[in-house]
Design a protein around this ligand. Structure first.
Ligand code: SF4
Length: 375
C-alpha cells in the first residue's frame, strides 16, 4: 500500500484519478497489476524504440541516423517483454519508426535531452514527469511528446492540455531562466508535429502548479475511490474484472463504455441505424413543418429560418461600370462573388445600390431558441 500523502505524483497519475478513482487506487495505492491493453503496449514499445534511437544518435553525436532504425525496431519488437503486440503489427511499428528517424533532426546547439525525468515540489508534494525530448535555446524551450494516438489536438487545445502544461511547469522549475516554453505533440502515426498556439509562460506554469496542488489535495481527501465508468474503461487494465463494468453491461447490449471490439462493432451498427433513421425522421418532420409550421420543445425549434441578402446581375453591373467589366470577366465574378465583394465594401455596396435585388431564402433545420435555456 502506498500512502497518497507520500506519493510522488505525475500527470498520468492525476489524470487517471480524474478518469476513475477506483482504477487509480488499484494501480497506485494497492499496487495491483492489471492486464495492459494493446494501445499501451504499442505506445510503450514505440517510446522505447524512440528512446534507444535518440540515445544512439546522442552517443554517436549525429543529428539523425535513419539507417540504424530497422535494427533497433527489430530488437525491441521481438523482445520478450513486448508480447502484448501481435506479430502482424511489426510492419506498422517499423514504418512509423523509420518515418520518425527520417524526419527528426537533433540540433546539438539546443538539444537538452531525451527521456528526461524532471522533478519539482508542489506545495510540499513530489511531482515528476518524463519528457520525451526537449530543446533549450536561450530563454526559450521546446518540449515534445511522442504520441501514438490517432486523434490530433489543435494548437489551441495543446495550450490547455494538462499533461503538456505540467511538462512546461517542470521545464520552468528545472531551468528558472526560461521565459517561455513551446509544447509540441509528435503524432507518430501521422508523421506530423503540432505546436501549441502560443508559448506557455511562467504565469501559466504558476497556474498549473496551483491546479496540480488542488488535484493532489482532492486525491488525498478521497475516501471512497468510486468506480467511475467512462472513456478510460476502453483501455483500463482492470476492465476484465471490474465489478462496476459488469453491472453496466447487464443494462443492455450497448453500455456507455466500450471495452471490447464486439461492443465497438455493435455501437457502430447502432449509430448507422440511428443515422439512417434520423435522416428519415427529419424528412418526415420537414413535411409536417412545411404544412403546419415550426415545432418547439426543450429550448429547440425545428422549423424554417429566413435569410435575407442581396444579389447583383453581373451583366447589368458590367453595363453600368464598363471600366470594371474587363476585370470582372477576367476574374469570372458571378452574382455570389459580387454580393460577397459588396458585403465587404460599404462604398461598393452604395454604388451598386440601384442594381441590387433583394433575396430571401429559407432553411428548415434544428436550432436553439435564442434566450431559452441559455447558460
Ligand atoms: S473498467 Fe472503468 S470503471 Fe472499472 S476500474 Fe476501469 S475505468 Fe474504472
Amino acid at each position: 500500500m502506498t500512502d497518497p500523502e507520500k506519493m510522488v505524483y505525475s500527470p498520468s497519475r492525476i489524470k487517471l484519478f480524474a478518469s476513475c478513482p477506483a482504477a487509480f487506487k488499484r494501480h497506485y495505492i494497492d499496487g495491483e497489476v492489471g492486464v495492459t491493453c494493446a494501445p499501451f503496449f504499442y505506445g510503450s514499445l514505440v517510446h522505447a524504440i524512440a528512446h534507444t534511437y535518440n540515445r544512439q544518435c546522442v552517443l554517436k553525436r549525429v543529428p539523425a541516423d535513419p539507417g540504424a532504425m530497422p535494427e533497433i525496431v527489430n530488437a525491441h519488437f521481438w523482445s520478450t517483454d513486448q508480447t502484448g503486440i501481435p506479430a502482424d503489427e511489426y510492419q506498422s511499428v517499423l514504418d512509423l519508426c523509420v518515418r520518425l528517424a527520417a524526419r527528426q533532426v537533433i540540433d546539438y546547439e539546443t538539444f537538452a535531452g531525451a527521456e528526461d525525468r524532471m522533478h519539482m515540489r508542489v506545495n510540499g508534494y513530489g511531482f515528476q514527469g518524463i519528457v520525451d525530448i526537449h530543446w533549450i535555446d536561450g530563454p526559450f524551450a521546446v518540449v515534445r511528446d511522442y504520441k501514438t494516438q490517432r486523434n490530433m489536438l489543435t494548437p489551441a487545445e495543446l495550450v490547455n492540455d494538462f499533461k503538456m502544461r505540467c511538462y512546461a511547469a517542470l521545464e520552468f522549475a528545472s531551468f528558472p531562466h526560461l521565459e517561455g516554453v513551446w509544447v509540441e505533440h509528435d503524432y507518430l502515426r501521422w508523421g506530423a508535429v503540432r505546436r501549441s498556439e502560443r508559448m506557455l509562460t511562467k504565469e501559466d506554469a504558476d497556474r498549473t502548479k496551483e491546479e496540480i496542488w488542488q488535484r493532489i489535495e482532492r486525491i488525498i481527501g478521497e475516501l471512497e475511490y468510486p468506480y467511475t465508468p467512462g472513456d478510460w474503461c476502453a483501455v483500463c487494465e482492470y476492465k476484465r474484472d471490474c465489478p462496476r463494468l459488469a453491472e453496466a453491461e447487464k443494462c443492455g447490449p450497448f453500455p456507455d463504455p466500450i471495452t471490447t471490439a464486439d461492443q465497438a462493432r455493435a455501437v457502430l451498427d447502432e449509430l448507422v441505424a440511428l443515422g439512417l433513421a434520423t435522416t428519415d425522421r427529419k424528412t418526415a418532420l420537414k413535411a409536417w413543418v412545411n404544412g403546419y409550421g415550426a415545432v418547439r420543445g426543450n429550448g429547440y425549434e425545428f422549423g424554417p429560418r429566413e435569410s435575407r441578402g442581396v444579389e447583383y446581375d453581373v451583366a447589368r453591373v458590367m453595363a453600368a461600370f464598363p471600366e470594371a467589366a474587363e476585370a470582372l470577366a477576367a476574374l469570372r465574378v458571378d452574382k455570389r462573388g459580387l454580393a460577397a465583394l459588396a458585403k465587404a465594401d460599404d462604398e461598393l455596396a452604395k454604388r451598386l445600390e440601384e442594381i441590387a435585388v433583394e433575396t430571401v431564402t429559407t432553411r428548415t433545420d434544428l436550432h436553439k431558441i435564442k434566450g431559452e435555456n441559455d447558460e
